[in-house]
Structure formats: C-alpha cells, structure tokens
Design a protein around this ligand. Structure first.
Ligand code: NI
Length: 180
C-alpha cells in the first residue's frame, strides 16, 4: 500500500464533479489498490473520511471511519461508491468540521442529523446505511467532495472560521483532532 498526496484547497480537482463507477470497474485490482491506498492515507493523516478528488481522482468514491466514538478505537474504514443521500428528517445541526484539503482550519457547518445512504461497497454490491450525528456528518461532507463542494460552501456564516490553534485555545479542548 502507499500513502497518496492530498490535494489542497485551490486545486481544481476539488471543484470538479466526479464520475460514477460500475461494478466491474470497482472489482479491478487497480481500483481495489486505490481503495486500500485511500484508507492508508486517511489513517496516516488522522482523517475520518477521504474522498477520491482529494487524492486527485475524479471518481464517485470515498472512504470513511464511521460509528467512531470519540476517544475510542476507530471502526474499520469502509468504502462508499456512488453514494446517494436521503435526509430522514428536517432536523439540522451545526457542528465543527475540518478537512484534510483545508489543513488547520475549523468551522461550524449545518448538516442533516439523520440520513439514509444508498451506495455500492468495495465489492460493487448495493448497500444501504442509516447514519446519525457524527457519522451522518462525515457522509455528507465526503459526498459533497464528490460534487466539488467544500465545507466552507455550507457554512451559514464565516464567524466561526478559525485556525486549529485558536480553535483549541478558545472554542474547545478535545483529545482527538479529526479531519474529513
Ligand atoms: Ni474534506
């Protein structure tokens, strides 16, 4: 496996719409290696999610560590391909997000609290997940990457935009820093 270079904000690949994948493509050794490399890259940089455009690939694919309780061991990462999100309620919640493509910055972003996501897994099989809270937030953040959307675009105002240092000094103190 190898650690991939992460595209930073300003690189056009982060603003480009991605291409859906079919089952036979997903199952190729090349695509399986890409998924493994994305998982390794996400872990290397302590991310909880990483979308293909962030490693310069215009594909509708992301990897994520979901159901992670803060401060506990993360769950094994999963790959979601061609994800489609349906909000299950109108409830939105604003909370902090970061992004590996926007290093050392945090901001509060409103997201749906309760969602369903339909996607293909890394074997190309259809899966359906229900996610709430932080997991739902990660899935929405990563799916946005596949449409060329960054978390800044979703902020209601930029008043909470803060550097990581000031974030830990003035906003909260958290053991783990996670980036998506
Ligand atoms: Ni991100």
């Amino acid at each position: 496996m190898s650690i991939l270079k992460v595209a930073r904000m300003g690189h056009p690949v982060l603003r480009t719409k991605t291409k859906a994948l079919d089952k036979s493509t997903i199952r190729t050794p090349m695509m399986q290696k890409l998924i493994d490399d994305m998982m390794e890259t996400m872990e290397e940089y302590h991310g909880v999610g990483l979308a293909a455009p962030q490693i310069h690939e215009g594909l509708r694919l992301f990897v994520a560590a979901l159901d992670m309780e803060r401060g506990e061991e993360p769950s094994p990462p999963i790959a979601l391909i061609n994800p489609e999100i349906t909000p299950l309620s109108h409830e939105m919640h604003e909370d902090w997000e970061g992004c590996l493509s926007i290093p050392d910055i945090r901001g509060k972003v409103p997201r749906h609290v309760d969602i369903r996501v339909r996607a293909l897994d890394r074997d190309g099989e259809r899966i359906e997940l229900r996610a709430r809270g932080f997991s739902a937030r990660i899935i929405q953040h990563e799916t946005d990457h596949l449409d060329g959307i960054l978390f800044f675009d979703r902020m209601r105002s930029f008043e909470t935009l803060t550097f990581l240092d000031e974030y830990s000094r003035y906003w909260t103190r958290r053991e783990d820093e996670e980036e998506e």
